[in-house]
Design a protein around this ligand. Structure first.
Ligand SMILES: [Zn+2]
Length: 83
């Protein structure tokens, strides 16, 4: 595992959770966020810290191209199932 030995603590005082970003600017880049982040009932605090180094422009283009490909394959499969 590549988890750091010391897990940061967010503003709520909880150990943070490692999430993966899928935004266009940072596809696949991991970041630390509040563990309430994916809980719709509790508002997360604003803690945010990147875990992975920034993506190079080249890697970003490659990753976005792959994501697009995966999505089109999934769409094609969904269409096949419907018919
Ligand atoms: Zn928090």
């Amino acid at each position: 595992m590549d988890m750091p030995k010391v897990i940061p603590v967010c503003y709520c005082g909880n150990p943070v959770k490692l999430n993966t970003s899928w935004s266009n600017n940072n596809p696949g880049r991991r970041f630390f966020g509040c563990k309430k982040f994916d809980n719709a009932f509790q508002k997360p605090c604003q803690f945010f810290s990147w875990f992975d180094p920034p993506l190079t422009p080249r890697l970003r283009v490659v990753l976005l191209g792959l994501l697009k490909k995966v999505k089109s394959l999934e769409d094609a499969r969904k269409k096949e199932r419907r018919t």
